[in-house]
Design a protein around this ligand. Structure first.
Ligand SMILES: [Zn+2]
Length: 288
């Protein structure tokens, strides 16, 4: 089955020793598309360096909510410059994290706003992280407010994105209603191994309801290894566990090879449509 990993922090230190091997294993496992998001200026630059060395990868540049209070003006200027680079596919990851709170909420909102503005300005979709403390979904509500406030789902985002998703909810977390509201704004939804954790049960229903052209999968490596994957560092090939689970939620029986193949085709098509694969200069399709 054709597979994608729409979110993998391959530039992270935990891949330092064997990054190239990890990519070979990923390709052998059927991963055809892999997006490397940044979380600050350094990791955004590092994502682009990886794309230069491995043209079948895609890069995103932006500032994560955890880093919101840490980023300097010079570093933000670097992100803005990189955002305009034709090799860059998306802006992120950014978002809101009311659970771990490594940056104060006001800084997270200011950071999110400028990342969203950069997405609208460049016509590159925002990749959004959103997490609330257990049993709550105030960060999800606040994120919807920020998206609407910035013009997502309205004429501004139609002007920048046409019929492509203006943003991706990465590593989906939240109630079913949040997914419906995000889909109403035109967003795509990406599902990771987080779906298997206690408290994330609504994602099973979300996996079934997202239209195929707006459904993405990811590992969020080196984090969020799914059950059956490694105990330590996650890697792109393990997206197949999440893929099998999502396919089943969508009524595809594991023994139905034709339906599974169609599901894989859909994943690649949704990815290409969201990130304009093949239409940016410098991006080439993998061979073989
Ligand atoms: Zn991430």
């Amino acid at each position: 089955m054709r597979l994608i990993d729409s979110h993998c922090h391959l530039q992270a230190e935990r891949f330092e020793a064997d990054r190239d091997e990890v990519l070979v294993v990923a390709r052998d496992a059927g991963i055809e598309r892999l997006l490397v998001p940044g979380w600050n200026a350094w990791s955004s630059d590092a994502a682009l360096e990886l794309v230069d060395r491995h043209p079948w990868l895609d890069a995103a540049v932006g500032v994560h909510p955890h880093d919101a209070a840490k980023v300097t003006d010079t570093e933000w200027a670097r992100i803005v410059a990189l955002g305009a680079d034709p090799r860059v596919a998306a802006i992120g990851e950014t978002g809101l994290d009311y659970d771990r709170m490594f940056s104060p909420i006001s800084d997270q909102h200011a950071n999110l706003r400028r990342n969203l503005a950069l997405a609208l300005e460049t016509g590159k979709p925002a990749i959004l992280h959103v997490r609330s403390p257990a049993g709550r979904h105030d960060a999800q509500e606040a994120l919807l407010g920020e998206l609407r406030g910035a013009g997502f789902g309205g004429p501004a985002s139609v002007g920048s994105f046409g019929d492509r998703p203006p943003a991706v909810l990465h590593s989906y977390s939240g109630p079913v209603g949040f997914a419906r509201a995000a889909l109403d704004l035109g967003l795509a939804i990406s599902i990771s191994g987080l779906a298997f954790r206690t408290g994330e049960e609504p994602t099973a229903q979300v996996a079934a309801l997202v239209p195929a052209q707006r459904l993405l999968l990811e590992t969020d490596s080196p984090f969020l290894s799914p059950p059956g994957g490694p105990r330590g560092r996650n890697a792109p090939e393990w997206v197949r566990i999440t893929a099998a689970w999502v396919a089943e939620r969508r009524g595809i029986a594991p023994e139905d090879a034709e339906a599974a193949a169609g599901f894989g085709e859909g994943l690649v098509a949704a990815y290409d449509q969201t990130f304009r694969r093949g239409r940016r200069s410098g991006s080439t399709y993998p061979s073989g």
